[in-house]
Ligand binder design. Structure first.
Ligand code: DHB
Length: 386
């Protein structure tokens, strides 16, 4: 098989890239190790930055998002006995949208027209520093396939073969682990809040998010190594009620049937550069952020916006300039979001150290009472222009 762009991974980064390339008349083939059902049902974050919404809309993917998603002006930041609303529209002129990554994925699958080969195995990348790179794999029936391309896009997340195909001598890895995880639940209950609540609490962080008028998504900081099954539904709701301030100033948390319960690890990771010869990395294949602030999908969308333009210039106009600048350009936003996600995480999670706790409370008072502090958070949360 031969194509212009071989895309490894059919998550949001891979499918969006293929979609943007197709709109410019550039052919691609997408290969994916999982099944279409598996990829579409993975639960991920649900906040889209202003510029992600703009890009999806320009790409013809905004109809259901605008009809079924919810525009939020800001978020609540709270700690015991205090809840503050930060209005991103007033502070930074931009809103955010609540629309699950699962829904973005469904919209991408519905809009996508080119070939996507699901359930492939043994995917390997070859000859990346030549002008004839190729991917080999076994298709779902076990037949060996060689896919030749002009360039390869690695959109296959942190466990895929693309990142690992860059030799150790040609990459630098930056990493930070955190001494806590999140227990996340989905529940069939109307959200108890109009906009998201990020709650600092001495017993650990809690977040009240949502997916729709009838589905809530909530998270609790838990120790690393926690088994989700060890938490009963009643325990989860009790802990959420305590940390989110049930009963304070007349606010109540409505519990409901939990339909999913899982533990999310927290990690910061960046691999540079985001290019090796004819291989370009985008999304989680190049970087991971901890979930606080919901940057993962937004960063993948921003990478793909840049990469699609670079590959269109390369393939259609034989202009290598944007492709040569891709890694540096993408990494500026990656590091901004890596810092923001690390900062939100370390500001909001209990470490057990009373010195940390006082610094966190001081920081929270500053971002909720100083226009400068609040604007910095708002600009980063609602997202910088792509
Ligand atoms: C969600 C996840 C986040 O990490 C976050 O900061 C906000 C919302 C979510 O899953 O809805």
């Amino acid at each position: 098989m031969r194509t212009e762009v071989a895309i490894v991974g059919a998550g949001p980064a891979g499918l969006l890239l293929s979609h943007l390339l197709a709109r410019a008349g550039v052919e691609s083939v997408v290969v994916e190790s999982r099944s279409q059902e598996y990829v579409a049902s993975r639960i991920r974050a649900g906040i889209l930055e202003h510029s992600s919404v703009e890009l999806l809309t320009e790409a013809g993917l905004g109809d259901r998002l605008r009809a079924e998603g919810h525009e939020h002006r800001g978020v609540y930041l709270q700690w015991p006995h205090k809840r503050h609303h930060l209005d991103f529209v007033d502070l930074a002129g931009r809103s955010v949208w609540v629309y699950g990554q699962t829904e973005v994925q469904k919209d991408l699958v519905a809009a996508h027209s080119g070939p996507v080969l699901y359930e492939v195995s043994d995917t390997r990348l070859h000859d990346l520093t030549t002008d004839r790179p190729y991917v080999t794999f076994r298709d779902r029936d076990g037949a060996a396939v060689k896919l030749e391309a002009s360039v390869i896009a690695g959109c296959d997340g942190s466990f895929g073969p693309s990142r690992a195909a860059v030799p150790a001598s040609a990459r630098q890895v930056f990493e930070r682990t955190y001494p806590y995880s999140w227990l996340g639940i989905l529940a069939d209950v109307a959200p108890s809040t109009d906009e998201l609540i990020y709650a600092w609490h001495p017993d650990g962080f809690a977040l009240h998010s949502m997916r729709s008028e009838t589905v809530s998504r909530l998270y609790l900081q838990v120790p690393n190594g926690t088994d989700a099954a060890a938490w009963s539904d009643a325990q989860v709701w009790d802990e959420l009620a305590k940390r989110l301030g049930h009963g304070q100033d007349g606010w109540t948390l409505a519990p409901g049937p939990i339909t999913d319960k899982s533990v999310l690890p927290m990690r910061s990771f960046v691999q540079t550069p985001m290019r090796y010869g004819r291989l370009f990395l985008a999304g989680d294949a190049a970087h991971i952020v901890p979930p606080t602030g919901a940057k993962g999908l937004n960063l993948a969308i921003a990478d793909v916006a840049l990469l699609s333009r670079a590959l269109i210039a390369l393939v259609k106009e034989r202009d290598a300039g944007p492709a040569d600048r891709y890694s540096d350009d993408a990494l500026r936003r990656v590091w901004r979001c890596t810092h923001f996600s690390w900062w939100m995480t370390t500001m909001l999670h209990a470490s057990g150290d009373p010195f940390d706790a006082e610094l966190q409370l001081s920081q929270l008072r500053w971002v909720t009472t100083s226009i400068a502090g609040a604007t910095g958070l708002a600009e980063n949360y609602a997202g910088l222009p792509i």
